[in-house]
Design a protein around this ligand. Structure first.
Ligand code: NAD
Length: 356
């Protein structure tokens, strides 16, 4: 059987370190299955080609079945002109892959429960939900205007959604709920916003195609409270771009370190983009201090969503659980010198591999 193609963007700072770890894990869990094609993007591409996302790099990503990304950026490129900033490459690759659904799991790893800032009785009930955020519509992409009203400065940003933009993200969320506990919470502000009323109508229409999934609707202000009050009751949350941006940052804090959390961005064509949620962490780059778990879990998401390799994804996630249970910790998640072993990123990768 021919190998599955994966474009790999190591990026800058700790990007190459965490990507190196994820590739080792993939090779161990499924030897010789993947054709990894390394792609220049971010600050390193600016240095080499004068732009953050050379056309050839984007083409490789578009031709691959999935793209795995470390992180880009760093102080070296902070003062380059805005059109060629490393982050431009990031937006370019998301747009070029037409990924409109950002999937961010929020799962508490029991051995790290003490890192959860919520009350112990709440955390102990377990936290395991997924936020499905619409990524290419809404206020971030609507018309932005600065103007004057009666001689004073004014500004407006347009929140706009079309039916088809809502329908396609709703399908992604319902399918995801189907593979989990079959509870979907749609978050909107339908008591105030017309775009939210359309959102709610369309989600209810799509719901008819998924009678096995229970749907409920929450206003975004209430949702932000309930995520802290009863996080264990959430399974899949679907919401528009801005609400999702805010709620997913809230969720990342509920479950602990930024170094632990993966994300996937998906489109209609299944050519997903998978990455950790953290940046290039220039403060620890090159010191073997980066926690590779977020990227390793992003690789597991890639197996699950782009390659239908759920069994292998489970193996990786279980190995991470085991390693944490045994007390292995990188610096960002290390709290207890009596029960934990402080290790570097390379060793963390090796220990995870030894559990596969
Ligand atoms: P950051 O996520 O890089 O770092 C924030 C803090 O978390 C730092 O103290 C860092 O050491 C720590 N940290 C991050 N990842 C870690 C890991 N895997 N293990 C251990 N500790 C980790 O955010 P920042 O400092 O605001 O940004 C640094 C650079 O990254 C900037 O140039 C920014 O533009 C860029 N950035 C890129 C992305 C991306 O590529 N997707 C995302 C965010 C920021």
């Amino acid at each position: 059987m021919s190998k599955r193609s994966v474009a790999v963007i190591p990026g800058d700072g700790i990007g190459p370190e965490v990507i190196g770890a994820a590739l080792k894990v993939l090779e161990k869990v499924s030897p010789n299955k993947f054709d990894f094609q390394e792609v220049a993007m971010g600050g390193n591409a600016i240095d080499k080609y004068g732009e953050p996302l050379p056309a050839a790099s984007l083409k490789t990503c578009q031709n691959a079945e999935a793209t795995l990304l470390g992180a880009v950026g760093g102080p070296k490129w902070d003062n380059v002109s805005p059109e060629i900033r490393p982050e431009r490459g990031l937006l370019g690759v998301r747009a070029g892959l037409e990924v409109f659904a950002n999937i961010r799991p929020a799962r508490i790893f029991q051995p790290l429960a003490s890192a959860c800032p919520l009350r112990k009785d709440i955390a102990d009930k377990g936290i395991d939900f997924i936020i499905v955020r619409e990524l290419t519509g809404g206020i971030y992409f609507g018309e932005h205007k600065a103007f004057e009203i009666n001689g004073e400065r004014a500004a407006s940003d347009l929140m706009q959604y079309t039916e088809h933009e809502i329908r396609r993200i709703a399908h992604v969320a319902f399918k995801m709920a189907r593979g989990r506990r079959k509870i979907l919470t749609s978050v909107d502000k339908a008591n105030i916003l017309t775009s939210s009323r359309l959102w709610r109508d369309v989600v209810n229409e799509v719901a008819k195609e998924y009678p096995d999934v229970t749907v409920n609707h929450l206003y975004v202000d209430n949702a932000s409270m309930q995520l802290i009050r009863v996080p264990s009751e959430f399974d899949v949350i679907v919401t528009e771009n801005t609400f999702g941006d805010i709620l997913s940052d809230e969720a990342s804090q509920i479950v602990g370190s930024i170094g632990m959390i993966p994300s996937a961005s998906l489109g209609d064509n299944n050519r997903g983009l998978y990455e950790p949620i953290h940046g290039s962490a220039p403060d620890i780059a090159g010191q073997d201090k980066a926690n590779p778990i977020g990227t390793i879990l992003a690789a597991a998401m890639m197996l699950r969503y782009s390659f239908e390799m759920s069994k292998e994804a489970d193996l990786i996630e279980n190995a991470v659980d085991e390693v944490l249970k045994e007390g292995w910790r990188t610096g960002d998640i290390y709290t207890d010198s009596e029960h934990e072993n402080l290790i570097g990123g390379k060793k963390m990768c090796d220990v995870i591999i030894s559990h596969l």
